[in-house]
Design a protein around this ligand. Structure first.
Ligand code: NAP
Length: 269
């Protein structure tokens, strides 16, 4: 299959870890010039080094907090400086807050929207004019299963689920509006993906609820079982990266405005 990605340029947010790191690596392998951003500079440098070791590609990096509108405003100049132009945007940075509805603070509510939906909306507003001027582009917004299904405790997602749902709807609306500009916008919706940072966060969330390590393990196993799918397993960041790379490639030219779920048949009933 011809992906047609060689020589393209891409910005991947949250590109220093997990799904973003593997997406940057997979794009680099296809000959894409990649710029990754995240907050921690050392993690960005480590990721760039790691990708260089496996692909020989030089990865550009930039430290950026996607929850800060004033930092997002610097993206166009940073992209021009480090990539020259932009063909592909992967809005991947994001995270979740898992706690009972009545325990969610107002700060957590605002932060949940800021790192998920607001960041994707604001970054698209900065990048889309560059794509229009260039004659086209491809955007993938990374959402999550909390946007389409209700999870059992301890993964209560009254805060995160609506933000992730907004990302799916936003992608669909934007695809429709930008189609005349030859810009495709899709949303990738991962199931449960084993990324070390994410697991450490879940452990911390569980500990806050006074779960012992044993109980945390049991809760996770129980939760997996509750999702009900036979052969349930955690996905890998590479499996999601493969889908993102396909979606931004020429091979996916008729896929636009879609919410693409990759979750190994998790039960959504
Ligand atoms: N893993 C899963 O099971 C799963 C499931 C469904 C959906 N997702 C979605 O997939 C995406 C990636 O998840 P992941 O599990 O791969 O994440 P991860 O391993 O926790 O990595 C998160 C990445 O985002 C960066 N980041 C976090 N906050 C940021 C901020 N405010 N500004 C800029 N960068 C920031 C992190 O670097 P710094 O901390 O240095 O900034 C890191 O590079 C997210 O949108 C997530 O909601 C994941």
């Amino acid at each position: 299959m011809e992906l047609g990605l060689a020589g393209k340029t891409a910005l991947v947010t949250g590109g220093s870890k997990g799904i973003g790191l593997e997406t940057a690596r997979a794009l680099a392998r296809e000959g894409v010039k990649v710029l990754i951003c995240a907050r921690r500079e050392q993690a960005l440098a480590d990721a760039a080094h790691d990708i260089m070791q496996t692909t020989q590609a030089k990865i550009e990096t930039h430290s950026l907090d996607v929850t800060k509108a004033e930092q997002i405003a610097t993206i166009p100049s940073m992209v021009r400086e480090k990539l020259g132009r932009i063909d592909i945007l992967v809005n991947n940075a994001g995270t979740g807050t898992y706690k009972p509805f009545l325990d969610v603070t107002d700060d957590e509510l605002l932060e949940g929207m800021a790192i998920n939906f607001f960041a994707q909306f604001r970054i698209c507003q900065r990048i889309v004019p560059m794509m229009i001027a260039r004659g086209g582009g491809r955007i993938v917004n990374v959402s999550g299963e909390t946007g389409i299904m209700t999870l059992n405790a301890p993964f209560l997602s009254s805060c995160t689920g609506p933000a992730k749902a907004a990302e799916i709807r936003f992608s669909n609306v934007l695809a429709n509006e930008l189609a005349p500009h030859n810009i495709r916008v899709n949303c990738v919706i991962p199931g449960f993906i084993y990324t070390p940072e994410r697991f450490a966060k879940w452990e911390r969330e569980m500990v806050k609820r006074n779960l012992s390590a044993d109980n945390a393990e049991r809760a996770r196993a129980q939760w997996s079982t509750n999702q009900g799918s036979t052969g349930m397993r955690w996905g890998t960041p590479q499996e999601i990266a493969n889908l993102i790379v396909f979606t931004v490639s020429d091979a996916a030219s008729y896929i636009n405005g879609a919410g693409l779920v990759a979750d190994n048949a998790m039960d959504k009933s």
